[in-house]
Design a protein around this ligand. Structure first.
Ligand code: HAM
Length: 427
């Protein structure tokens, strides 16, 4: 016997028992996005590798060690399974010149791929819902995105998700801060671990993100970017906070919040929960005013965020959410050569009236088929034997309540089943 094949580590199947909660989540998300006027965009899952190297940044963890990159053997192209959606979304907006028609409010959903060490809440294939607003420079959009998230947590019945905010200022302000930071880190070289020494040269800001306990006191004393912000950046940040205060959304300014992708400026945010262990960040984003130009478009401001679907669904489960899916209306039992053929006509007639029908397959006695019907999620069994088929009729039996079995003509069947299910409403 050949060896059983397994899914790739960190890439999960979502099984039918789990899918209804995913579907409920997706339904809620869709109507939430509609209520803010965002439109759907769908990009390929594979993109040219240089897109991500350029957009996310050469010195980030994602580009350095987490991308699924490969050479297409057929034409030698360097390709990558997308680790995130912002770069692809901006690429699509630039390629199709969407900003010509004015600002764009967009969303996408789908799998992303990162070669991380799998653990609870961290996977190699995971799903994001991403939201991007392009062509709008003001703090009103940053604020809109934060209000959106707060409303979604509410719509999903989730509580205890806290907002952390920071401002990364402008590239010039970051340059100034970087120089001060490098000087500071150089003067504390003996405290830096190996990873941080390497980052000192490539991406010193990321040193502040280190979780190494031995470095925390040193990091605490490092020069803060927030203290280097000029008037315009401060005004932008304060305007975002003013909207949050008006809306009554609590938040914490965290000067150490730097995010793991290089394209950000001004406002950055993360939504965090304590209830998922180490992987508590359910959503992150911010402004990325330089990215459109970096990808080859005319300069345009932009802002967005993405949430981790697995983490939000885990939170819903943790809060007691369960969903066994839509019930089924009819289990169709049929036995005999004429009945087996007539069953198709019966099933299609019922479906044509908006009823859901699981047509028994695989043969077996009436008794064994009725057992299947009982074990199914159906409310009603419709039963066809050869004598019913010959008469153009079917029998109806309620599966979840005591009712006498009835025999009706095909034409009257949908109405009779609907009456049993909904007290008469059909279609
Ligand atoms: P990110 O912070 O890398 O940002 O990812 C967003 C969210 O995706 C995270 O907060 C987390 O919930 C989820 N996530 C990330 N990696 C994993 C993983 N390995 N397993 C499970 N969930 C994960 C971005 O991707 C940016 N594109 C967000 C953005 C959009 N910024 C502006 N626009």
């Amino acid at each position: 016997m050949s060896q059983t094949l397994q899914a790739i580590r960190g890439m999960n199947d979502i099984l039918p028992d789990d899918a209804p909660l995913w579907e409920r989540f997706e339904d809620t998300v869709r109507s939430w996005l509609r209520s803010y006027g965002y439109r759907n965009i769908r990009m390929p899952i594979v993109e040219p590798t240089p897109l991500f190297r350029r957009a996310i940044g050469e010195a980030t963890d994602i580009v350095e060690k987490e991308m699924y990159s490969f050479v297409d053997e057929l034409n030698g192209e360097h390709l990558t399974l997308r680790p995130e959606g912002t770069a692809s979304c901006v690429r699509a907006v630039v390629q199709h010149n969407l900003l010509y028609a004015g600002p764009q409010r967009l969303w996408y959903a789908g799998p992303m791929f990162r070669h991380e060490r799998p653990q609870k809440g961290r996977y190699r294939q995971f799903h994001q819902i991403g939201v991007e607003a392009l062509g709008l420079p003001g703090p009103d959009i940053d604020a809109e995105h934060l209000l959106m998230c707060a409303r979604l947590w509410d719509d999903l019945g989730l509580s205890g998700i806290r907002l952390h905010l920071n401002s990364l200022g402008s590239p010039e302000e970051r340059q100034r801060h970087r120089a001060a930071l490098v000087a500071y880190l150089e003067s504390h070289r003996e405290t830096l671990d190996e990873d941080s020494r390497r980052r000192l040269a490539t991406n010193p800001l990321r040193v502040l993100d280190s979780k190494n306990p031995a470095m925390q006191a040193m990091i605490e004393g490092a020069p803060r970017l927030l203290d280097q912000l000029g008037e315009a950046s401060l005004a932008h940040f304060e305007a975002v906070q003013a909207v949050l205060k008006d809306a009554g959304i609590p938040y914490r300014v965290d000067p150490r919040l730097v995010r793991g992708l290089d394209y950000y400026n001004l406002t950055v945010s993360e939504w965090v929960t304590d209830r998922l262990g180490a992987q508590g960040t359910v959503c992150g984003g911010g402004r990325y005013d330089g990215l459109v130009e970096l990808i080859g478009g005319k300069p345009a401001p932009a802002c967005g965020f993405a949430m981790g679907v697995e983490r939000l669904i885990a939170l819903m489960r943790e809060g007691g959410a369960a969903d066994s899916g839509e019930p089924l209306d009819v289990y169709l039992v049929h036995q005999g050569a004429t009945a087996d053929r007539f069953a198709f006509t019966v099933a299609e007639r019922l479906r044509g009236h908006g009823l859901s029908v699981l047509q028994h397959a695989g043969g077996g006695s009436f008794k064994s088929q009725m057992k299947r019907a009982d074990a199914s999620r159906a409310s009603v069994a419709v039963i066809v034997g050869d004598d019913e088929a010959a008469a153009g009729e079917a029998s109806i039996k309620a599966l979840r309540e005591e009712r006498p079995q009835a025999r009706v003509a095909l034409a009257a069947l949908p109405q009779a089943v609907s009456e049993l299910l909904y007290g008469g409403r059909s279609d």
